[in-house]
Design a protein around this ligand. Structure first.
Ligand code: SF4
Ligand code: SF4
Length: 440
């Protein structure tokens, strides 16, 4: 079975939610839309306090090439725009909207078009205008991935259906419950860019999804499923490209450098929603799991819903809840304030118990080299962390800090619980701040 070299096998915990259907989380009375929802420049508000908005209206426009617009997930009134805590641990300008409870949620009717009616330029314009970003990770604006330079061609599109983070099942549930739209989205991409082949890379711990999609694809030419070994971080873009087509994405490059584009499952569904239903990203599928929450669930949640309301809907935390993590346990971020809202890139909320988190006491580095052996990017994580700890971000940068995909493998295998990836994140932030200062 295909895979990449190396990798680790954390306990999966998928069984906690894999058989649970996606439920709708109740609509929040107030939504909080931070202007920072994805990688790149913050969006710029186009509304002001007192404005009345309808579900789906644009409330903030993209502010640059790597940026994406934001649309309101509810109808209501703009209350204010002010700074609120953000999942990234900073305060960010946020559009606060009071929902008008007298207005029913909008029905998004399917437009009378076929995927053959959509040209490459239409496709790019629609997904750009509807604010589509990668929904499985950092939230890179999707339209940019499809922009080819003169002489460049997309040979293949790889669908990232690995969902290799433990606990998280949102792509898996979407593949089972929204199969038709997922397939329609892939056919649309294939046709618009005249792509030879679309390959869906799925870890082999999802046999139900593999079976269902293969059945539905039996009469579709040029789209196929490729089961992959279950291993972390199989869903990392570079690992997926290596496993599926045996090509190396160059250092600092994009998959497009080797003729491919990688798109995640729910991003494909969002593309289909944008093109066929005119619908921007207004909600997220997320897995609420961990043994510290009373009712684990897979949910469809409106953007801007505070985590506190999601926790309430899941029956609250139990006495064993030790740590709340947004995302998966490897790449996720600890949640410090329950009133922080979900954004486009949120995939999970985990309430972990002491037993699930294990010993977290930080000890000195033993120089055992395990982090070096396991790093899927071939870096020397212990050295990077040491440089950053000693204020030498310049040396960390020279030795590959920017190539770190923040997968957390080094932290997982470190016997001393060194906060390597956290230090690397700090290093990257310092580098970004220094670059901004340099520009003046
Ligand atoms: S250094 Fe970065 S890429 Fe390497 S294992 Fe650690 S987090 Fe992953
Ligand atoms: S795995 Fe931990 S203890 Fe071992 S070399 Fe890396 S940082 Fe040091």
């Amino acid at each position: 079975m295909k895979t990449f070299e190396g990798g680790i096998h954390p306990k999966e915990y998928k069984e906690l939610t894999e058989d649970l259907k996606i439920e709708k989380c109740p609509l929040p009375d107030t939504v909080y839309l931070p202007l920072y929802q994805n990688i790149g420049a913050y969006a710029r508000p186009v509304v002001k306090a007192g404005d009345i908005v309808e579900e789906g209206d644009l409330v903030a426009e993209a502010d640059g090439f790597i940026s994406a617009p934001i649309h309101t997930p509810v109808s209501g009134k703009i209350k204010k725009i002010s700074r609120y805590p953000h999942i990234a641990g900073i305060n960010v300008d946020t559009i606060v909207i009071e929902r008008d409870k007298t207005v029913k949620p909008r029905t998004w009717e399917r437009k009378k078009i076929k995927f053959q009616d959509i040209s490459k330029d239409d496709f790019i314009k629609i997904i750009k205008d509807k604010g589509i970003v990668g929904l499985g990770g950092a939230g890179f604006p999707t339209y940019v991935k499809f922009l080819t330079k003169e002489g460049q061609k997309i040979d293949k599109v790889l669908i990232n259906a690995c969902e290799c983070e433990s606990y998280v099942n949102c792509d898996y549930r979407s593949m089972l419950e929204d199969t038709e739209r997922f397939i329609e989205g892939m056919r649309l991409i294939k046709y618009a860019f005249n792509i030879k082949e679309v390959i869906i890379g799925v870890e082999n711990n999802k046999p139900e999804a593999i079976k269902k999609i293969e059945e539905k694809l039996s009469s579709v030419i040029g789209i196929r499923v490729e089961p992959l070994k279950t291993k972390y971080p199989q869903g990392g873009e570079k690992m997926l490209v290596k496993a599926l087509i045996d090509k190396e994405v160059p250092r600092g490059g994009l998959p497009l450098n080797v003729g491919v584009v990688v798109v995640n499952v729910n991003t494909v569904v969002a593309i289909a929603n944008a093109v066929f239903y005119d619908k921007p990203i207004l909600e997220k599928i997320l897995t609420v799991s961990g043994k510290g929450i009373n009712k684990q669930k897979n949910l469809c949640v409106k953007l801007g819903t505070p985590f506190s309301e999601i926790i309430d809907f899941c029956g609250g935390l139990n006495k064993d809840a030790e740590r709340l993590v947004v995302g998966g346990p490897m790449m996720g971020i600890a949640l410090s304030d329950y009133n922080i809202p979900i954004i486009k890139t949120t995939t999970g909320l985990l309430a972990l118990t002491k037993k699930e988190t294990g010993n977290t006491k930080i000890e000195p580095c033993l120089r055992c080299g395990d982090c070096v052996t396991q790093c899927p990017m071939g870096l020397v994580p212990c050295e990077l962390a040491k440089y950053i700890e000693h204020g030498r971000v310049d040396l960390a940068e020279k030795t590959g800090m920017l190539d770190c995909m923040e997968c957390g493998t080094c932290v997982y295998c470190c016997p001393s619980n060194r906060p390597i990836v956290q230090l690397i994140k700090v290093g990257k932030l310092k580098k970004r701040q220094a670059d901004i200062q340099k520009k003046g």
